[in-house]
Design a protein around this ligand. Structure first.
Ligand SMILES: [Zn+2]
Length: 106
């Protein structure tokens, strides 16, 4: 299926995931869903190491989809979360071009 869109807003993606999988995600619960996310993270690692660009494209999409699913299950608005934490720059130093010490996490 070819989709003419070249971009999607994060809140639209979260709503799409909820529409497609919301009821089964809630039934599975956060623990089972988190396990799926971890499995997909493993598949992304493999794709990054030895996969094709097509493999990587698919695994990035899967990881983001499962992360989004967990946010839906626990009632977190991802757009709000990202704006709150990163909307004004690096949460560590407050700069748009991070000036944190290289040894620190950001
Ligand atoms: Zn910083």
């Amino acid at each position: 299926m070819t989709d003419p869109r070249h971009s999607i807003r994060l809140d639209d993606f979260q709503q799409l995931i909820g529409t497609m999988y919301g009821s089964r995600d809630v039934a599975r619960g956060v623990d089972g869903t988190f396990m799926w996310l971890m499995e997909e993270v493993g598949e992304l690692a493999e794709a990054l190491r030895k996969g094709t660009q097509q493999d990587r494209l698919e695994e990035f999409a899967d990881v983001l989809a499962w992360l989004t699913t967990i946010a839906n299950v626990v009632g977190i608005d991802l757009s709000e979360a990202i704006i709150r934490k990163y909307g004004s720059g690096c949460p560590g130093c407050g700069q748009l071009d991070c000036q944190c010490d290289q040894a620190e996490k950001p």
